[in-house]
Write a protein that binds this ligand. Structure first.
Ligand code: IPM
Ligand code: MN
Length: 356
């Protein structure tokens, strides 16, 4: 099969981690007899510097023409005070919206060898395996009116029934492949938006009688996630709550450097690590490439239907961790401290041995 993808390395550690994921993809393609074609385009601060806009039209056009985009990270401190149209983050938000990737899947799995890497007690996080299904192209991120004046600023949280319906279906379908439990996370005691979510999710839920669903307030969920994370299977939530809870869920696993994501919609899928551009460690061969490598696995599964290949990558990641290789973010005094490139290389080495 031809695996024809776009890479958008972006800012900070983005280029380093994407380079390792591409190496891994190359190795998988060799091993399983596929052809890999990679076209790289600019986004974020990198694009601002080269062409003056965070999301060049050329980049957007190329993404529309492919089934999958592998993205590193966007965000650079030099643009912190720039107007929204000139912020690297705007590129990501616009890309998601233009490609219609409304369903953001963020799995958080605790790897056994990393039980002691979490800031929580091993017995609290052991066995955690949850999937956050975050609505990605609506809500307060995109609602209008919005504005900033000298002494007043406002944003609008707005959701429509079709927006909620389609993401709810994604969550219920995902639950069917897992432990058949959906937790709808909202703030229905305060927000009308959340009240609509409850109504619509109740209706959609009736079409999945084999899946159990319960609502939970977002403040309680933030607490439950660190108190008893094993209780969660699929967490269904809106854009803003999903953003916050996925960083929290990341820490259950030991590091945000481990969490992949898939953003799915009508056609093109966007695959990216949950972490940001980490400018403080950029260019130092320190970043953990595993989140991006795991995102590449999600890409093979969701955009190309290559399940076995995806599993091979995921198994190689597990094995690398079992063998004790650790980047700085997950190093706790045991095992071998390695850099970005060495970590990528170890995954490739194990993949070479995987059986087709
Ligand atoms: C994420 C990021 C983005 C978001 C930012 C960079 C716009 O935090 O993907 O979680 O808030 O969606
Ligand atoms: Mn985020």
């Amino acid at each position: 099969m031809l695996i024809d993808i776009i890479t958008l390395p972006g800012d900070g550690i983005g280029p380093e981690v994407v380079a390792q994921a591409v190496n891994v993809l190359r190795r998988v393609a060799e091993r399983f007899g596929h052809q890999l074609k990679v076209s790289e385009y600019a986004i974020g601060g990198a694009a601002l510097r080269s062409v003056g806009v965070p999301l060049p039209e050329e980049t957007l056009r190329a993404c529309r023409e492919r089934a999958a985009v592998l993205l590193g990270a966007v965000g650079a401190p030099e643009y912190d005070d720039a107007p929204p149209s000139l912020k690297p983050e705007t590129a990501l938000l616009r890309l998601r919206q233009e490609l219609g990737t409304f369903a953001n899947l963020r799995p958080a799995t605790v790897y056994r060898p990393l039980l002691n890497a979490s800031s929580l007690k091993p017995e609290v996080v052991a066995g955690t395996d949850l999937l956050i299904v975050r609505e990605l192209t609506g809500g307060i991120y995109f609602g209008t009116p919005r504005g900033l004046q000298d002494d007043e600023a406002y944003n609008t949280m707005r959701y429509t029934r079709p927006e909620i319906e389609r993401i709810a279906h994604v969550a219920f379908r995902a639950a069917r492949q897992r432990r058949r439990k959906v937790t709808l996370v909202d703030k229905a005691n305060v927000l009308e938006c959340s009240q609509l979510w409850r109504r619509v999710v109740a209706e959609v839920g009736r079409q999945y009688p084999d899946v159990e669903w319960t609502p939970m307030y977002v403040d309680n969920c933030a607490m439950q996630l660190i108190a008893r994370p094993q209780q969660f299977d699929v967490i269904l939530t809106g854009n803003l709550f999903g953003d916050i809870l996925s960083d929290e869920a990341a820490m259950l696993t030991g590091s945000i450097g481990l969490l992949p994501s898939a953003s799915l919609g009508e056609a093109t899928g966007i695959y990216e690590p949950v972490h940001g551009s980490a400018p403080d460690i950029a260019g130092q061969n320190k970043a953990n490439p595993l989140a991006t490598i795991a995102s590449a696995a999600l890409m093979l599964r969701h955009s190309f239907g290559l399940n076995e290949e995806a599993r091979a990558i995921e198994r190689a990641i597990e094995e690398v961790l079992e063998r004790g290789y650790r980047t700085a973010d997950i190093y706790r005094g045991e095992g071998q401290l390695v850099g970005t490139r060495e970590m990528g290389h170890q995954v490739c080495r194990l993949l070479a041995r995987a059986t087709a």
